[in-house]
Design a protein around this ligand. Structure first.
Ligand code: SAM
Length: 295
């Protein structure tokens, strides 16, 4: 019952890589063949009819547009890093959100793309190359082993944390539900979820330790409360003690987090059935009046 088939009537989205092409030019070029319109939430996202297949489109092949769902394209804009900032993408491969950050930062500043898995580093580097970004530094490292107090990270202002998760929000679109082990419900195995959540909590706490960090975005492609609201709820007191609060990156969005703690109305959820993917987004931001309040 957990998995729903992707609704074939849902639109397809592509993200325009504004490092290579502006949105209006992409729109014009795609309009030659498709009925395409701008998304109403994200300025660099284009909406195409259900079932549109752009796999081999020249704009995809040359990195001008990325085939990226709407929910996944909401994460970097939720963080909304300023051009010139230093940013860490903590769990970066294959790099879709890394290069989205780079586009939002307009080639200014610096992004550290951290990825533990050596095999996935290759994909990450390919994505970065295709994007045309030149200010991304790839680090094959465990994010938990990065020393937040090291001088090289003293100016990190923002962290994007998109950790390994159960993937339960996108399982249907990957047709995982057809695999016997998944059909047997093993992907809801509580032990596995607890393990994932333990890492997710640790990584989120680690992100809070960077001395100059002002914003942290946490996202999963899971629909499980244990990896989403529960992670945020358990780290929230620590975040608050660091002067952070939960803020709502998309007040106009129709779906909030599960109402399981005070502040969950700031959380963003997307649903597989209505939005194509089940994503979760939480944004922590340093309180502006923190200094004043302390006095
Ligand atoms: N943000 C990516 C994107 O949008 O393309 C997807 C990230 S994927 C959900 C999570 C990634 O985190 C995986 O590539 C995994 O290998 C990596 N990872 C898992 N544990 C890690 C750790 N301790 N440190 C760094 N990366 C880790």
């Amino acid at each position: 019952a957990l998995h729903q088939l992707p609704d074939v009537s849902l639109p397809r989205y592509v993200r325009v890589n504004t490092l290579k092409l502006d949105v209006d030019s992409a729109l014009l070029e795609l309009q030659e063949k498709y009925s395409v319109e701008k998304d109403d939430l994200l300025p660099d996202l284009l909406k195409l009819p259900p079932g549109t297949d752009l796999h081999d489109h020249p704009l995809v092949n040359n990195g001008s547009i990325f085939m990226q769902g709407k929910a996944s394209s909401m994460v970097a804009p939720a963080l909304n890093p300023e051009p010139g900032w230093e940013v860490i993408d903590a769990c970066a491969a294959p790099g879709n959100k890394t290069v989205h950050l780079a586009a939002l930062m307009k080639r200014k500043g610096r992004i550290t793309a951290c990825e533990l898995n050596k095999q996935r580093i290759k994909r990450l580097k390919e994505t970065i190359k295709l994007s045309g970004a030149s200010n991304i530094h790839v680090l094959n490292e465990d994010f938990l082993n990065i020393d937040p107090k090291a001088p090289s990270y003293s100016k990190v202002k923002a962290v994007l944390l998109d950790p390994s998760c159960s993937g339960s929000g996108t399982a249907a679109s990957r047709l995982d539900h057809l695999l016997p082990s998944k059909a047997a419900g093993q992907d809801t195995d509580i032990e596995r979820l607890n393990k994932l959540a333990a890492f997710q909590r640790k990584a989120l706490q680690h992100a809070l330790n960077f001395p100059a960090v002002e914003k942290i975005v946490y996202s999963t492609c899971s629909i499980n409360q244990i990896e989403n609201e529960d992670v945020i709820n358990s780290v929230l007191p620590i975040a608050e003690s660091h002067g952070f609060e939960l803020v709502n990156p998309f007040p106009e969005w129709h779906c909030r987090g599960l109402p399981v703690f005070k502040g969950s109305e700031n959380l963003i959820r997307t649903h597989p059935a209505t939005d194509g993917e089940g994503f979760f987004i939480a944004l922590f931001a340093k309180k502006k009046n923190e200094q004043r309040k302390k006095k």
